[in-house]
Design a protein around this ligand. Structure first.
Ligand code: LLP
Length: 432
């Protein structure tokens, strides 16, 4: 099926070698499943491509906003990746899981003084500085603590990655970073170099998410290296690190585009080396920040059907026990997914219905116009595939619905990695 960790046996959907119907019975639904071997395989793909083709010191940084919980930081740490963290909450989760914080990269366009103090206290390796105010604040607070903090400067290269607007972040008018085109990024370099408690290590950009065009990172690298050459010319300063962000796309349904990530990394690394040579600057080491492509196909979500509503002459609905609270991506971006009826996985598909959640709003759609077996009904198990990225991490308690657990599957064995939220969890901060 869609990925090699998905198969159909005896009419049932298997994921990572385990029978999903049995897992639904054992742990209840809604249920996030994650395939540990797949996460490790994806980490290794990045690591081996960068080790093979990029200069020494290059590495992949897992963008943990894609899926953030203690256990994942442990896996990523073991696989030798860094971690992109965007809040005190992500930093705290990583640190509590024993993640080596010197491999942390603190991102974000508005780090408060409190965030900065917290991150410095946790020993986060790099700050990816987004704006002039942050440079001033970080310099001041690092000075108070008597440390010199390593930073990258986030700039916008003015690249349109041809993806959807909510996730396109590298354009000149983005809320993130400082524009190269307007000359403001060069001003920011001047500011960073003048600060005695900051050590400018390199430059960063992130053009967007769900990138399939193989030239996007090369176009970004071209602008970034041109900027590095300007920095060299104006300040006589060589950047050590070029961070090209994340964004590689993943396949959510058959027929969707694909990108060969290791091959693209090779192309990008060769381009960076060649272009640096041509521009007379030292070849910087590379950073890539994959989130989605590390975890997306390592996850699926299981639900139990509650009702099948056939509105004669109009349309059909299959309602499940989860919804936009555990997967808001269709509601937000009209994202497409592949859906399988897990306990009737090889039955003929002859009913078309919208797969909808249990929240009190019509926009609570997981996927419109899905094919189901004609006899689908209450108690059947529905699986939504490729939900490992931006599902759990974007889940909410809307309608006071508890978040599902994450069960990690490895070699056919399963264990709870995040427990199911309880009703008590939902009221624990309420003061009467
Ligand atoms: N680096 C930076 C600075 C980022 O902002 C992001 C994602 C990444 C890396 C990782 O990008 P990825 O490899 O996952 O494409 N909630 C949206 C996606 C938002 C992406 C935000 N930034 C979704 O569900 O599609």
């Amino acid at each position: 099926m869609l990925y090699d960790n998905i198969e159909i046996k005896n009419g049932r959907l298997y994921f990572a070698g385990a029978d999903t119907v049995e897992l639904a019975e054992k742990y209840g639904t809604p249920l996030y499943l994650m395939d540990e071997n797949k996460i490790r395989e994806r980490c290794r793909e990045y690591k081996s491509a960068l080790d093979a083709f990029a200069p020494e010191g290059s590495c992949a940084i897992y963008a943990s906003k894609a899926c953030c919980f203690g256990g994942i930081y442990k896996i990523v740490a073991e696989e030798g990746l860094g971690a992109d963290v965007v809040s005190a909450g992500e930093i705290f989760t990583a640190k509590s899981a024993g993640f080596p914080m010197e491999r942390g990269y603190f991102q974000g366009n508005n780090k408060t003084d409190e965030d900065i103090r917290f991150a410095l206290g946790c020993g986060v390796g790099y700050f990816v500085c987004d704006n002039f105010e942050e440079l001033d604040a970080l310099d001041r607070i690092a000075g108070e603590r008597g440390v010199v903090q390593k930073i990258l400067l986030r700039v916008t290269p003015g690249i349109d990655p041809h993806t959807y607007d909510e996730v396109a972040t590298g354009k000149v008018d983005s809320k993130f970073g400082i524009a190269v085109e307007t000359g403001q990024a060069l001003e920011a370099v001047k500011s960073a170099l003048s600060k005695k408690n900051l050590s400018l290590e390199g430059i960063h950009c992130h053009v967007g998410s769900m990138v399939f065009d193989s030239d996007v990172f090369i176009r970004a690298a071209a602008v970034m290296l041109g900027f590095a050459a300007e920095i060299k010319k104006v300040f006589g300063f060589d950047i050590k690190i070029l961070d090209l962000g994340g964004g590689y796309g993943v396949k959510y349904y058959e027929g969707q585009g694909e990108i060969d990530i290791p091959a693209n990394i090779k192309q990008v690394a060769e381009y960076v080396a060649g272009k640096s040579n041509e521009l007379g600057i030292k070849t910087p080491s590379l950073r890539l920040e994959p989130g989605r492509s590390i975890v997306a196909d390592a996850g699926i979500t299981l639900y139990t059907v509650g009702s099948v509503k056939k509105i004669t002459g109009y349309k059909n609905y299959v309602s499940i026990d989860g919804g936009m609270t555990d997967n808001p991506r269709y509601a937000l971006y009209e994202s497409r997914y592949t859906v399988v009826t897990a306990n009737k996985a090889d039955a003929e598909i002859d009913l078309t219905a919208d797969l909808v959640g249990r929240c009190c709003e019509s926009g609570d759609i997981i996927q419109p116009a899905v094919g189901f077996p004609a006899d689908i009904g209450r108690g059947d198990i529905v699986a939504v595939l490729t939900t490992g990225a931006y599902n759990y991490s974007m889940a909410s308690n809307y309608n006071r619905i508890p978040r599902p657990p994450i069960v990690m599957v490895k070699d056919g064995e399963s264990r709870v990695a995040v427990r199911r939220e309880s009703l008590e969890d939902l009221i624990k901060n309420d003061i009467l």
